[in-house]
Design a protein around this ligand. Structure first.
Ligand code: SAM
Ligand code: SF4
Length: 328
């Protein structure tokens, strides 16, 4: 079992399968990014080995993320291998949707239960501006393909930035209602290189909730329906759609944190908002590798899982990681 010093049982792994992406979202990447050389990133076999080890340690849920997971060659091999692990209760993927039409049916076959699809705007020009390269039509195609494939849980993810797309929160909810899917609004996180402008463009989820309440009739969701993450959910009365409000700035969800992240370089991150990490790639590539060694390293690593993040503590060091490197 993976239990940390604060008694939290870690059952959820967010596994980054690439740091690369076909988009360059303004809040996630610089326009001109340097990506990791191939030798530094985990092979598909190494990613599968980590997943299998995590499940043997009592892990239940794995989310594949990135960068853009669907541009990793062999992503469908990975979903096949991880999807067949006995003991896994949920395989999930977070994607920008651009390639989803190619894979949705295969993912369903492999047992993928939940797909989060990022969409920050319903206006093609603005979508292109926010993602710098994205084609909104392809994302629509991806959402429809996931629906047609019968993926159990589909959630849209929208990062709302004041002055950029905050006028679209109502249309985005309408869109989710029409499609019969969930949607989560994510506050922009202070990751990567901070531009001074970032503070001014931050918009709190409380403000969004207040505005949306004027238009939609909400009822809070049962706690049992939601995960232990930083999302608070409301359901829209008369529909199956739930609206999540993800506030990474607050750390009142840290007490029930059940997750760890592994970067595509094989760094085990114990907390998104802290620098604590442990190298797993060296273990995997070490002489006489044995799964038991990896289990011990992962179990021991939990001893340094911080109690909470400190994004807004002025005395804490600033985290200079880009989101694509940590696996959002
Ligand atoms: N490429 C995939 C995607 O965009 O869904 C998966 C990786 S992406 C890093 C995961 C999520 O993180 C996306 O929903 C994205 O909008 C969000 N994200 C990226 N940078 C962020 C930031 N600085 N603050 C908040 N959310 C961010
Ligand atoms: Fe790519 Fe996702 Fe980052 Fe956008 S948020 S640049 S789609 S990794």
């Amino acid at each position: 079992m993976l239990i940390d010093p604060f008694g939290r049982n870690i059952t959820y792994l967010r596994l980054s399968v690439t740091d690369r992406c076909d988009f360059r979202c303004v809040y996630c990447m610089a326009e001109d990014m340097t990506f990791l050389p191939r030798r530094d990133i985990l092979s598909l076999e190494e990613l599968s080995e980590i997943a299998a080890t995590f499940i043997e340690l009592g892990g239940k849920k794995i989310r594949l993320t990135g960068g853009e997971p669907l541009i990793r060659n062999g992503i469908d091999r990975l979903t096949r291998d991880i999807g067949s692990l006995p003991g896994l209760s949920e395989l999930a993927i977070t994607t920008n949707g651009s390639q989803l039409h190619k894979y949705a049916a295969k993912f369903k076959q492999d047992g993928v239960k939940s797909i989060n699809i990022s969409i920050d705007s319903l206006q093609a020009d603005r979508f292109r501006q926010l993602t710098r390269t994205g084609d909104l039509e392809l994302v629509y195609r991806g959402i429809d393909a996931a629906l047609e494939a019968g993926i159990e849980r589909i959630r849209l993810n929208s990062v709302i930035i004041k002055g950029h797309n905050d006028d679209e929160i109502e249309p985005l909810v309408e869109f989710a209602l029409n499609k019969g899917v969930d949607i989560a609004f994510i506050e922009e996180m202070p990751l990567g290189v901070m531009e001074p402008e970032r503070d001014r463009r931050w918009l709190s989820n409380e403000a969004l909730f207040e505005r949306l309440s004027k238009r939609f009739d909400f009822a809070p969701c049962e706690q049992s329906d939601v995960t232990n993450g930083p999302a608070r959910y409301q359901s829209v009365k008369g529909s199956n759609t739930r609206i999540g409000f993800i506030s990474p700035h607050t750390n009142n969800f840290c007490g029930s944190c059940n997750r760890i992240r592994i970067t595509v370089e094989g760094r085990l991150l114990l907390c998104l908002g802290n620098e604590h990490s442990v190298d797993l790639r060296g273990v995997l590539r070490g002489p006489n590798y044995a799964r038991s060694t990896l289990k011990k390293v992962m179990t021991d690593a939990l001893q340094i899982k911080p109690e909470r993040h400190h994004f807004y503590d002025p005395n804490a060091p600033q985290i200079v990681r880009f989101m694509n490197a940590t696996g959002g």
